[in-house]
Design a protein around this ligand. Sequence first.
Ligand code: G4P
Length: 530
Amino acid sequence: MLAAQAPPVDGDAASQSARRRTFAIISHPDAGKTTLTEKFLLYSGAVAEAGAVKARAGRRRARSDWMEMEQERGISITSTVLQFRYRDHVLNLLDTPGHRDFSEDTYRVLAAADAAVMVLDVAKGIEDQTRKLFEVCRSRALPIVTFLNKYDRPGRDPLELLDEIEEQIGLRPTPVTWPVGIPGDFRGVVDRRTGTFVRYLRTVGGLTAAPEEVVDAARAALEEGDDWSRALETCALLDEVGASLDAPSFVAGDSSPLFVGSALTNFGVRHLLDAMVELAPAPGPRADAYGVARPVASGFSGQVFKIQANMDPAHRDRVAFVRVCSGRFERGMTVTQASSGRQFATKYAAAVLASERSTIDEAYPGDVVGLVNAGDLRIGDTLYDREPVTFPPIATFAPELFASVRALSTSRHKQFRRGLDALDEEGVVQLLSDPAGDLTPVLGAVGQMQFEVAAHRLEHEFGAAIELSPTAYRAVRRTDEATAKLLRDSPGSRILARRDGTLLALFESEYWLARLESDHPDWCLERAVV
Ligand code: G4P
């Protein structure tokens, strides 16, 4: 029989997953995520010269085959998954959409990652978007490596930044490299693991990998004088307060190995990649909906973490991005959708490199596969080929923006409702309704872009043009029936329900909410991300 003759693929999955690292970069716009991504590719040999990623993005715009909106604005709605090799490992870098295209997808991508690199601009420290993304990482206990970027130019005192990280987000930074010199007059770093000095050398425009010069402590003292001794003094202080690499607490998401560098000039890029390989966890067993761990060497299973519709309007296609959780994925294999028990063949499996697709034939735990037009897959769906499994649903996130929505033409009401339901199920926006009876639906989102995508798709795909009216609500909490009842009479607040029945309390003023929270500590007002 076929099964008996098949090669022992499960053992294969274990060794392949041990070689994999699947991670995302979290940062505030402009901190250097794109630059760093590009340098990762440069150092892995995936591109010969920095600049290829941006050039590819330019070509993509010129090729004009994605959503009109994307072309008009020159932004990428779809997050990309980059796979590259480094030191005999396979690294999967999941890109978290930022800037104007910040959306729930940005958060969901983190559900497919095993670790994250947090990039901070040394002149700015923790910024708004870093904080939001960090909260999601924390809710999943994702290990985080920190990169203090832009050290080639003036910035803040690094000790002050360590305090800021710990105070503002409660993550304990443990510097692995420490700067010699100051931002703007950067000499290099002390590698605290070896006590050696890594000199800051750069290449013209950072186009090619930076040469590496590692110098012993005695020579560094001679050549760098006071800068070197000051750096050593600070390192002694860090030793004293226990701010040193601590692998178990890193893996638990409590401490964060920290590196300093400059993505633009390539300094520190190799340190970061080495850290991903040496410190970040490989894909491990994943708990199913009953809390039972499914080992990576079990039969194939995966979970859909993102759906992208209409990437190519000529074909009106729909791509479900699946993270492989166990076993070996093989193109053409028949898989079962756990929620419906339906089986389908995975004829069209694509790996997505930047915006370009290429067909893939196999994938292992930690890899991401794009399934094109594969049935009615939904975010959070589990797929498997043999031993059945269902993974817990992917969290939905507390929306931060709310808008009432109505169909411009009453004759299109049916299409309007159908479209709203579909967009809610796909996770494009959250559809909220008033349990007290107001029939105008409200859409919830974490980024403005989600509303724009919803409006565009309702009009062009479902034939129902809409009008969106922003609401005045600024803050949201998850609540229960009892508190909802009490809040109904309170001014400046409103209760809405998600389709799964979760009740959300919306508030017009953060200040008012803070007062309610302190006056009524017994009320159910949960700040939870989910
Ligand atoms: P993002 O994806 O996080 O939004 O940031 P991105 O990499 O696009 O970087 C934002 C700006 O910061 C870019 O400059 C980039 O060159 C610069 N940058 C990134 N890393 C470093 C660094 O280590 N040192 C210095 N000095 N600058 C850095 P730009 O002028 O906005 O764009 P560009 O014209 O350079 O592309």
